[in-house]
Structure formats: C-alpha cells, structure tokens
Design a protein around this ligand. Structure first.
Ligand SMILES: *Cc1c(COP(=O)(O)O)cnc(C)c1O
Length: 413
C-alpha cells in the first residue's frame, strides 16, 4: 500500500515535466531537447561539458573505466554501492573516509556526511597522489543515512586536492537536498537561494556524476559533467559504444526534457521545505514513541535501528529483514534491509560475519505521499514496535553466492 523501497525513479513528475515529454525532439543527433538539457546542467554546475547517460551508474561506469585500473585508489566521504562496484570492477580500490560523527547513528550533528580531511591528507601521503586519480564527495551521503556535507568541508577537501593535483568530483544525486541543508544549518547561507548554494558547491568541483532518478524527479536518466576537455573526449568515445551518440547518451529526447525541467523544479524552496520537513516529521514522531531511529533525520529516508528495535533477535537471524517483513504484513509498507542480509559475509565455518549496523530504510519518493500517508506509516511502525516481542527471527532457505539480498528466500525461525 505504501512503497518506501527506494526514492530512485519513483518521483511523481509534474504537469510541466509531462508537457515537456510531449515536446521531446527525437532527432538522432543535435536534438533541441539535448541543448535545453545541456543548458540547464551548465547553469547549475558551471561545467561546460555535459554528457547524458541512461542513469547514474552508466556515468560511473564510463568515468571509472577511464580513470580506474589496478593499483589505483579512489577516495570519498562514502561511495554509493554502484559507484564502489564500478571502481572495483576496474581493478581499483574505493576508500571511504567519513568523518567521526558520521559513524554514530544516534548522535545528532549537522553535517554527518562530511569527509575526514585529516584522514584524506594522511591517505594521500601514504599512497601517493599519483595513485589517486580522483576524489569524490557524495551529496547527500546516501549510504550514510542521507546526511549532508557542509560547504566548508567541500572547500577544505578541494584545497587538499588542489595541493596534490587530484581532481574533485561530486556525486550529485541529491545536490538540492544537500544545498537546502546548507541553507538551514551553515553560517552565512540563510539568505542565499538554493540555486546560488548549489552553484557555489559545484564551483569547487572539476566534474560530477548524477542520477536524474533522484533530485531531477525523472523516472530514468543521468549525466556526467566536467571542465576538462581531454577527459570529456575519452568519456564521449566510451559513451558512443555503450550508451549512444553524445547528444542523447542512453536517453530519448523526451527524457532529456523531463530532466531539464526537473532540475529547475527541485530547487524550489517550498518543495524542499516540505520534503525535508516530512522526513523530519516522521523521524520525530518515531523518536517521541521511543522507536530507535537514526538521528538527525536525513534528506530522503528514515532509518530504523533494527538491532535495538528487535533486541531479542540475534543478528544471525536477520532482525532487519524480520522487521521489513513485519511492516509489510502489519501495514502493507514496503521498506528495505540495510544490514547483514545485504552486507553480511560467511567465515570458513559458514558462520555469519555480521554487518556493523542492522538498519531498515524507509525511503520517501518525491512528491508522492501526503502528510496522511506519513501519519499512517508512523502509526504502523509504532504498533509494530509495541508488539515487537511477537516478531520472530529468520533463517535463509535459499541464497545466491553474490548479492544474495536481491533473491534470497527466508522463513521464520
Ligand atoms: C542512485 C545513486 C547512484 C546510482 O544511480 P542509478 O541511477 O541508480 O544508476 C549513485 N550514487 C548515489 C549517491 C545514488 O543515490
């Protein structure tokens, strides 16, 4: 009944976006829809070279195929899982250097997505700048609870990167949500518009990757943008063999229109206020009822701490997945486990090596649900919490050797 599996590609498009879709120009090369899209991306990012892709991971695949390879290291506040997979697939290593506050789910702090600048300096000295082709900051930090990164942190990271000649890229999936957090929480930004903040944020970067399925309200799409001509040439060469001609990438002209319109709509501060407030509203309702949640509220999702919520279920009986099942059975709410089913490994004796956290993510699609839906979600979670002792742990009955959480079958203990 309520689908909180992901906020990716699940946004409701506006009437303007649908109208734009009707005007999509499907010329193979040089479509006017591309130039409208290119212009919007250039305006927000200040980056002249814009390359459309069918979604975010396609942009990553191109970038890391060119820059990656054995013996290389990429550093980030936290790489998203597809980003990390593309880095590792190239033979390189992805290293997360998240600030200390970001590692503690229940301790509130304004910018828990920040990169640890001291750790970055140390890492560069240890591995050598020549072995680090790129540093990437993910805004907001999706894998770390949708927590924002401060402008000061981006400036500090850029300074270190410049000293060592390492390009800085932004994983910009939630740039508008991050810019709005900066406006609310960082000194000196209260009177600036979200667009001005976003433009400043991108001004410190050499390039970016983006999934338009997030902060562009599109159901599909993404892009790469950058300043450096030679890198862009290599990217476009790969684009032609994997995605398509440089003026459409993996997209139809109509998708380019929807993205161009969505990128401007997402910076509307009334929209962002409603969005950020609804996540906070749900988080606060749960905190008031004693439900263990990650704090403070992030930009796109609420995270339940399943280890504490179901403290009677041991981690090798997957408390996160047990809670996902309970929310679905009790209230028809779909969520996703981010814990030992997703990240757990086995030791030599086939005993589970658990993930550090057992979380359940409730990702809120953009412009889809109203306050009444959110109230219903809170009521269901609180009812499940009050009857939590009846919930049983789970055993895996079938699993694939790789990324098992997509297809595993489980039964109650
Ligand atoms: C979704 C996401 C991606 C990948 O984008 P897709 O469009 O799903 O391929 C990359 N980085 C972050 C932070 C994301 O949230």
């Amino acid at each position: 009944m309520i689908d909180l599996l992901t906020d990716s590609g699940t946004s409701a498009m506006s009437s303007n976006q649908w109208a734009g879709i009707m005007q999509g120009d499907e010329s193979y090369a040089g479509s006017p829809s591309f130039f409208r899209f290119e212009n919007v991306v250039q305006q927000i990012t200040g980056m002249p070279l814009v390359i459309p892709t069918h979604q975010g991971r396609a942009a990553e695949k191109i970038l890391f195929s060119i820059l990656g390879g054995k013996g290389k290291y990429f550093v980030s506040n936290t790489f998203f899982d597809t980003t990390r997979a593309n880095i590792e697939f190239s033979g390189a290593e992805g290293v997360d250097l998240l600030c200390e506050e970001g590692k503690h789910p229940t301790i509130p702090a304004p910018f828990k997505g920040n990169m640890d600048v001291e750790a970055l300096k140390k890492f560069i000295i240890e591995k050598g700048a020549a072995n680090i082709p790129l540093c990437m900051i993910t805004v907001t930090n999706n894998s770390g609870g949708g927590q924002p990164v401060s402008m000061q942190n981006i400036k500090d990271v850029k300074k270190v990167c410049t000293e060592h000649n390492i390009p800085l890229f932004i994983d910009a999936c939630r740039f508008a949500e991050n810019a709005y957090f900066i406006k609310l929480r960082e000194d000196g930004y209260a009177t600036k518009s979200v667009k001005e903040i976003a433009q400043e944020l991108f001004s410190y970067a050499d390039g970016c990757t983006m999934s338009a399925k997030k902060d562009a309200f599109a159901n599909i799409g993404g892009f790469l943008a950058m300043h450096q001509k030679e890198l862009a040439m290599h990217c476009r060469n790969l684009l032609v063999i994997t995605e398509g001609f440089p003026t459409y990438g993996g997209l139809a002209g109509r998708d380019l229109e929807a993205i161009a319109i969505g990128l401007n709509e997402v910076m509307d501060e009334h929209y962002l206020q409603y969005r950020i407030r609804s996540i906070e509203y749900l988080t606060n309702k749960l905190i008031d009822a004693g439900v263990p949640v990650m704090q403070p509220a992030g930009g796109h999702a609420v995270y339940l701490d399943a280890k504490e919520f179901l403290s009677h279920i041991p981690v090798n009986q997957y408390p996160g997945q047990a809670l996902v099942g309970a929310l679905y059975i009790h209230g028809g709410i779909r969520s996703v486990e981010i814990g030992s089913l997703m990240f757990g490994k086995y030791d030599k004796n086939k005993q589970l090596i658990p993930a550090p956290l057992e979380l359940v993510r409730l990702a809120i699609p953009r412009r889809v649900y109203t306050q009444s839906h959110i109230d219903y979600v809170a009521e269901v979670i609180i009812e499940v919490f009050n009857n939590r002792h009846q919930i049983k742990g789970l055993l895996i009955t079938e699993e694939a050797p790789l990324i098992r959480h997509f297809t595993a079958k489980l039964k109650p203990v």
